[in-house]
Design a protein. Structure first.
Length: 340
């Protein structure tokens, strides 16, 4: 029954998460008299859950990325490559276990995505405890941002009064300004880097040839309340198909979600490209003025992995399989300098 060597691969050097997923894949349990290894879905949920509670990771889980009002909300996605089902939550407050709730959406409803306070109510109905995502650390981050006149932020200059590029709100619409005159970018100081925003995206291949992806993030620091990024969107934050493989994305979600890069990467592998080439070609479809940052990781159904990135000063992935020995391997990925 066990025919496929298991593999785990994820964005960023979050090795504790990789190790947790790996342990699920290799640990056997007695089920109906048969010793079975853990599934890919269980592995990615376990791995992402570890990242959500790891306070050394400043871009996933509670108390990390307060929004304009000083509150943290979470986005997460789980997708099963065997059934092609997915579950996700977006802008969910007051629940720590975002990836586990996403799995519950997939398993217990006919929906794909639940958002906001109603996602929290759903989580409560499935037995999850309500716990604030705000911490003294996140409040301090928010207060420093307020003291810096709410810079950077994600409102377009010209669309609001007062001018968001120079001061805090509350804001009101500037109806006197023609919408074509609004700045095409948010504040130019806005950056997406590993230390202020990122996503754990994980792909697992289990011993039975099934695959899954799990993705989790606390989103952009100082985002506008209600913002949902690419993470919980199937095809954007992650995508997987047992017949081909899986891919997960990271970076500037407001840019990347428009291009469905994870879906594109899987389709490119379906057409015959290897995982690295598929990631590169998918990223090259992004058309965005100015600076943007993004990365993709892909894994084929045969266990071949690859990655590509653009704009990051540093991008690393974690891999664990039989070939990496008894440890997770952290691999630096050189980023493309141009999209040509």
């Amino acid at each position: 029954m066990q025919t496929t060597p298991p593999v785990v691969v994820n964005t960023w050097p979050f090795s504790n998460a990789t190790d947790a997923a790996w342990e699920v894949l290799i640990t056997k349990a007695l089920v109906d008299g048969v010793h079975l290894s853990g599934t890919a879905v269980s592995a990615v949920v376990a791995g992402c859950s570890v990242a959500e509670e790891d306070r050394n990771i400043k871009s996933v889980g509670y108390g990390t990325c307060p929004d304009e009002e000083g509150h943290t909300t979470l986005d997460a996605l789980v997708m099963d490559g065997r059934t092609m089902e997915a579950g996700a939550v977006g802008a969910m407050p007051d629940i720590h276990e975002a990836t586990q709730v996403a799995r519950e959406v997939m398993l217990s409803t006919r929906h794909t995505l639940l958002v906001g306070p109603h996602a929290t109510e759903f989580a409560k109905s499935r037995g999850f405890a309500v716990r604030s995502l705000d911490t003294p650390e996140s409040h301090e981050l928010w207060q420093k941002w307020r003291d810096n006149k709410c810079q950077p932020n994600f409102r377009k200059s010209g669309a609001w009064i007062p001018d968001p590029s120079t001061c805090c709100g509350p804001y009101r619409p500037n109806f006197e300004m023609n919408s074509t005159s609004y700045s095409s970018q948010s504040c130019p100081k806005t950056t997406v880097q590993e230390d202020n925003h990122d996503t754990i995206g994980m792909i697992a291949l289990d011993a039975y040839g099934s695959m899954a992806v799990g993705v989790s993030t606390s989103g952009l620091r100082h985002k506008i309340p209600g913002r949902v990024g690419d993470t919980p969107v199937p095809g954007a934050g992650g995508y997987v198909d047992n017949e081909v493989g899986g891919a997960v994305g990271t970076g500037d979600g407001d840019v990347l979600m428009r291009f469905l890069l994870s879906f594109q990467a899987v389709q490119l592998m379906r057409s015959g490209l290897g995982p690295t080439a598929a990631c590169e070609k998918s990223l090259q479809t992004v058309r965005q003025a100015g600076t943007w940052r993004g990365g993709l990781v892909a894994l084929t159904k045969t266990g071949e992995y690859g990655a590509a990135c653009h704009g990051f000063e540093k991008f690393e992935i974690c891999v664990r399989s039989d070939s990496t020995g008894n440890a997770t391997k952290i691999i630096p990925i050189p980023c493309m300098l141009s999209m040509s």
